[in-house]
Design a protein around this ligand. Structure first.
Ligand code: ADP
Ligand code: MG
Ligand code: ZN
Length: 740
């Protein structure tokens, strides 16, 4: 059997995904080959799959060492919900519970056993392990073994003994630690020198970074919270008092927020954390103690209300945003008062070396905050990674410089118009004059006879308003509040005019532009807000929360945001269609499919989404376009064309995916779209062998279905989803698919 098809099949049936990400496939192959691996990938890259999938393919059991009970519990829940037999043994369990679990494990059905490192020191546990058919040891959060790391756990040292006790069992160690020193330490501590090191970039492409002045924090926070629409945010503060005050302030303004800090009693802390993880409150206002033990994948915003101590800490804490790969924001508010507070802490330190170390770290952090160059570059270079892109497209500096334009002339025109009309009018009138309006007031005042009348052609009124706003922000204009809001030119503004200075301003943005930016920095996931119906999305989220509460698991264990967005964008009305959504594995389909379909059907009826025809359904399935809903065209044509170009040059799906930086499934999706067009593509070089093709064709007929999942189930695990999909495409072109 082709192992490649095999892992892909398990990937879909047990985890619901169609393709591997990044280095996952290579790592899994290495693990399956029985070799050691060290996996260095950033948060959210999908490290867990690298041991979870092999665990399913091994005959015996995989031991997973994980530092925190809460983390273990979430992971075990998430696996169980996917129908994967996993258990944990931990100190929160009674003796009786533990024995029951051990009994279950002895029966041999359990594939993954999670345990904390301290357990490895217990002789009972060790002899229990020896009685098992242990195939793999996975060490999650492996940086905990290093004293140089920020989360050193002495108990991780028990792993050395473990290594000696089970010399024949391969080890996979995983961490998101970006520092060189810690990485080297892991390798030497675990004696991994013969293992393979898998290192991916630590760039978090879905995160955007920005810094704002602290003086703006309150108003900006409000607008950010508004924009979140109930999705999750973490706000980090320096002190306990600050967290309490900010949480109160947010509550007074109508945003559900909870504080979290070491001064709260354990019960309250646990409750606040759980309410956040379970989506009962969207915002947590915390000291940096918060977040170590949680793996919430759908945090959309991480705010630092004060400057943190080091870039290392900052990368770590912002890393808690967007683990699921969806676009998320990291915002830092910077003010000198906060820097002074940090300086004070540094000065309190006793050891001079410690002090100078801390001072250096703080100053690197301040440099980041004040930088005029790409923030992503600073972060990555701090960790020794080279970043060569001119413009990252996902930090405030790059977005600004990408868009700065020479505003000298337009600003001169605006200021002159204000002066010529006697500094007695507001922005609306000034803009009318500049754009040559035939408005009665303009004509009555004789402003159409001024030299500035109608001299602006290349900006529309909205853009001009924005430039006027920029000029106010620069201090060139003031608004005199009187009966009417009147604009006047300040001394700085006059100086600018007289000295013929040059001026660059951010290019005014129409909503279209903003979309363009966002698109430009997202490489993979096609689903963005705007691709789906927000109201439906919210209904699906609340269904997810109800199901989660009923099963006593966090909502993201039911389905992640990526999946919920896909559902909202594609409006599946049948189980077959639902099954094709990324993140829907077999067990989740059985467990939650009907509940979701019911909500979707009701929503579709109430909102007049037309019933889905068979043909459109298939087309959806292949093209990932929302059904029953016109969507503004976003120039998808160009992306299909680019794919067509590559494939018609004879490239394979994999090569085309690599060239375009897209997932294989996306490429196949494009292909299916293209084949709807007049000039279908020659598919022959993409098809499975003639024998396999004919087997697939027979399956389509004998199952009497054109749905992938049904046919895939008929065919069994030797066939991959992708080849069936490609075959279906070909058979459709040839008119050889069964009619319904
Ligand atoms: P890490 O441990 O590296 O921080 P996780 O293992 O928690 O990351 O995975 C992050 C997210 O990515 C999870 O929501 C997971 O389900 C998802 N994921 C992992 N692998 C894939 C894949 N091949 N396709 C789609 N999603 C994936
Ligand atoms: Mg992880
Ligand atoms: Zn940048």
């Amino acid at each position: 059997m082709d192992t490649d098809a095999d892992t892909l099949t398990v990937l879909k049936s047990s985890f619901g995904y169609d393709s591997f990400r990044g280095l996952q496939e290579e790592i899994i192959d290495n693990v399956l080959a029985g070799r050691d691996s060290l996996v260095l990938m950033p948060t959210g890259a999908g490290k867990s799959l690298c041991y979870q999938l092999p665990a399913l393919m091994f005959k015996g059991i995989t031991l997973v060492i994980s530092p925190l009970i809460a983390l273990m519990k979430d992971q075990v829940d998430a696996l169980n919900v996917n129908g994967i037999p996993a258990r944990s043994i931990n100190s929160a369990q009674s003796r009786w519970e533990m024995e029951e679990i051990q009994g279950e494990i002895r029966q041999g059905h359990i594939k993954l056993l999670y345990a904390a490192p301290e357990r490895l020191a217990l002789p009972d546990f060790r002899s229990f392990l020896h009685s098992l058919d242990l195939n793999l040891i996975a060490i999650d959060e492996a940086h905990c073994i290093s004293e140089w790391g920020h989360e050193f756990r002495p108990d991780y040292r028990n792993l050395l003994q473990m290594r000696q006790d089970f010399p024949q069992v391969p080890v996979i160690a995983l961490t998101a630690t970006a520092t060189q020193r810690v990485r080297e330490d892991i390798i030497s501590q675990l004696d991994l020198h013969e293992g393979q090191v898998f290192l991916s970039s630590f760039n978090r492409g879905n995160l955007s970074y920005s810094v704002y002045p602290k003086s703006e924090s309150i108003s900006l926070l409000m607008s950010m919270m508004q924009k979140l629409k109930g999705q999750s945010a973490i706000i980090y503060c320096l002190s306990r008092r600050e967290t309490e005050e900010l949480a109160d302030g947010l509550k007074r303004r109508g945003f559900e927020a909870r504080p979290y800090h070491a001064g709260l009693d354990a019960q309250t802390r646990r409750q606040n954390q759980e309410d956040f993880v379970r989506d009962r409150v969207p915002i947590i206002v915390a000291t940096v103690a918060f977040g170590m033990g949680i793996d919430k994948p759908d945090v959309r915003l991480v705010v630092h209300n004060s400057i943190p101590k080091s870039l290392e800490g900052y990368y770590q804490e912002t890393g808690r945003a967007g683990r699921d790969g969806l676009p998320s924001e990291c915002v830092l508010f910077f003010g000198y008062g906060d820097k002074a507070r940090q300086d004070y802490f540094v000065n309190q330190m006793e050891s001079p070396t410690e002090q100078s170390h801390a001072r250096q770290k703080l100053s690197q952090m301040v440099d980041y905050a004040q930088s005029a160059s790409c923030r992503r570059r600073i972060l990555l270079e701090y960790f020794g990674e080279e970043w060569t892109e001119e413009n990252c497209g996902g930090c405030d500096v790059c977005l600004r410089t990408a868009d700065d334009f020479d505003a000298t002339e337009i600003s001169q025109k605006i200021l002159s118009a204000i002066i010529r009309t006697g500094e007695r009018f507001g922005a609306v009138h000034i803009i009318q004059v500049l754009t040559g309006s035939r408005e009665k007031k303009v004509l009555d005042l004789g402003h159409d006879r001024l030299s500035v009348y109608g001299i602006v052609r290349d900006f529309d009124r909205t853009e001009l308003r924005e430039i006027v706003g920029q000029l106010r922000a620069r201090g060139f204009l003031v608004r005199k509040e009187g009966e009417y809001a009147v604009l006047a030119v300040t001394p700085e503004g006059r100086e600018f005019l007289q000295q013929r200075k040059r001026l660059a301003l951010p290019r005014p943005q129409s909503p279209k532009d903003e979309e363009r930016h966002h698109r430009s920095r997202r490489s993979s996931e096609p689903i963005e807000s705007g691709d789906y119906d927000e109201k439906l999305f919210q209904e699906l989220r609340s269904l997810r929360r109800r199901l989660a509460e009923a099963n006593n698991v966090p909502p993201f264990v039911v389905f992640g945001d990526v999946t919920v967005r896909h559902i909202a964008a594609s409006v599946p009305l049948t189980l077959e269609h639902f099954a094709s959504i990324p993140g829907v594995g077999e067990v989740k389909l059985r467990q939650y499919g009907q509940a979701f379909l019911k909500v979707i059907q009701e929503y579709a009826e109430a909102n007049g989404l037309p019933p889905v025809t068979y043909d459109r359904l298939v087309r959806w399935e292949v093209g990932n376009e929302p059904v029953g809903r016109e969507r503004p065209s976003r120039g998808r044509g160009a992306t299909y064309e680019a794919t067509r170009e590559l494939l018609s040059q004879g490239l394979s799906i994999g090569d085309a995916a690599q060239q375009r930086g897209l997932a294989r499934t996306t490429i196949v999706g494009h292909l299916e779209r293209i084949s709807d067009q007049e000039e279908p593509l020659d598919l022959t070089h993409l098809l499975p062998s003639p024998e396999r093709l004919s087997e697939i064709e027979q399956a389509f007929h004998s199952c009497g279905s054109i749905f992938l999942r049904a046919v895939w189930e008929c065919l069994g695990p030797e066939f991959s989803y992708e080849e069936i999909r490609l075959a279906r495409l070909y058979l459709r072109q040839e008119g050889r698919l069964p009619q319904e």
